[in-house]
Design a protein around this ligand. Structure first.
Ligand code: PMT
Length: 399
């Protein structure tokens, strides 16, 4: 817990600045001493009064408290005072300044004076997020060992859909808690995770796939890695990217490729988590050329793909633990239980497409865990990172 820790919370100009109110509240509640530093742009999005009330301290944003009497806010003192300099939201502009040493406001001057660790929660529109200059700036900040928290993917303030949404305050709190008192239950453990959809080619331009975004599998990869695990992430084509450097990514397309990658890695793994939505069937023949439109019907013969979970289940050694997923639309519990035993899972995570906000694509999920002796535990709808933590806790109990 950040109890008793001194934290500077830098707030920059982004619509996500409204989330800094809740973040401040959570930090103060956890016992941290919080000094808010705002840029002028941030004040367009949230008032200093809100943040000073929540942090029980005046908000600082300029070098001067009283210019006439020469009283000023020393960026040096502030930089030395803090145990952590957290910038949330961190706008593209502020990150560009930090990456390049610009120092034209109190926040950037504190950054250059701070000796404490620096953590950033980027927030911006999807195209800004993926712009080469932003990627370069984030790369530079990472090289300085700053903690760049994962950004969410979804609907942005602009109405565009994509990456760039600031992490939720609860997720940022988890990172801070883990930073000050890391729990490392999976140190020296290797975890194999499958994530995302597979694509089964019909011809050079078409394929069969599904709506999996990879968010659930990637959240699990981050959760295990943050607890010290070495993570091998075998992923179908998705937009998300792993953040933790302990995650080794194997990108694949088809079920066959995912199967081969998993077979290679499984023997060395202590835990396998099968979160991918693998296509059960693929076209028997992939046409070498684009299939031309002809007539009102087209029949494509499908044949079964390898069942990765089933095959790994057969190879499972006594020390290994397998966790599967069941994505159901009916007879949920019954189907999940049957998959658990057929595929030799130690634990199965049931998510239902009937539950709003659960399953494919969303940032949230609602799961029921069926574990040892088929004991059932149902969790409320939560963010996928929170769900990942519940699953990781259940796996820690299995070990
Ligand atoms: O990626 P997101 O958008 O975040 O969505 C997450 C999710 C809904 C994809 C995920 O939470 C999930 O439920 N993944 C499993 C989906 C699925 O394929 O379920 P299933 O009931 O068909 O398969 C049962 C289990 O066998 C799964 O662990 C699956 O990974 C595995 N399997 C299935 C077929 C196959 N050929 N190989 C497998 O390993």
């Amino acid at each position: 817990m950040p109890q008793g820790k001194k934290i500077i919370l830098g707030v920059t100009g982004s619509i996500a600045a409204y989330k800094s109110a809740l973040l401040t509240r959570l930090l103060v509640k956890s016992g941290a001493e919080v000094q808010i530093v705002m840029t002028d742009a941030a004040k367009e999005f949230i008032t200093p009064l809100t943040l000073s009330t929540l942090s029980n301290k005046p908000v600082l944003s300029s070098f001067w408290t009283d210019r006439q009497s020469g009283k000023w806010n020393s960026h040096v003192d502030l930089g030395l005072w803090a145990d952590l300099f957290l910038i949330a939201p961190a706008s593209a502009h502020t990150m560009a300044k930090m990456a390049n040493g610009f120092c034209d406001n109190l926040l950037s001057a504190i950054y250059l004076s701070a000796r404490c660790p620096v953590m950033l929660a980027p927030a911006m529109d999807v195209d800004m997020f993926h712009h080469e200059s932003t990627r370069e700036n984030i790369g530079k900040l990472k090289q300085r060992n700053h903690y760049i928290l994962p950004s969410g993917t979804g609907e942005l303030a602009s109405g565009l859909i994509g990456e760039g949404r600031m992490a939720e305050p609860e997720e940022i709190m988890d990172h801070i808690t883990n930073f000050f008192s890391p729990i490392r239950r999976f140190e020296n453990k290797k975890v194999l995770i499958t994530a995302g959809p597979t694509r089964e080619s019909i011809d050079p331009v078409r394929y069969i796939s599904n709506h999996s975004s990879g968010k659930m599998g990637y959240a699990l990869a981050e959760a295990f890695a943050s607890e010290g695990a070495e993570v091998i992430l075998v992923s179908g084509p998705v937009e998300v990217k792993p953040q933790n450097q302990k995650i080794v990514l194997h990108s694949v397309n088809s079920a066959e490729e995912m199967y081969n990658a998993c077979l290679q890695e499984h023997a060395g793994a202590d835990i396998a988590v099968l979160a991918a939505a693998v296509a059960d069937y693929r076209p028997a023949i992939t046409a070498p050329e684009k299939i031309k439109k002809s007539g009102s019907h087209l029949e494509i013969e499908l044949i079964a793909t390898p069942d990765i979970a089933m095959e790994l289940g057969k190879q499972k050694k006594p020390h290994q633990r397998h966790i599967g997923f069941a994505l159901e639309t009916e007879n949920e519990l019954e189907n999940a239980r049957s998959k658990k035993s057929r595929k030799n899972f130690d634990l199965i995570v049931l998510n239902s497409l009937k539950t709003p906000g659960a399953g494919f694509g969303t940032d949230t999920n609602q799961v029921t865990l069926i574990g040892k002796n088929d004991v059932v535990e149902t969790f409320p709808l939560k963010s996928k990172s929170e769900v990942a933590k519940d699953i990781v806790n259940a796996v820690a109990e299995l070990l």
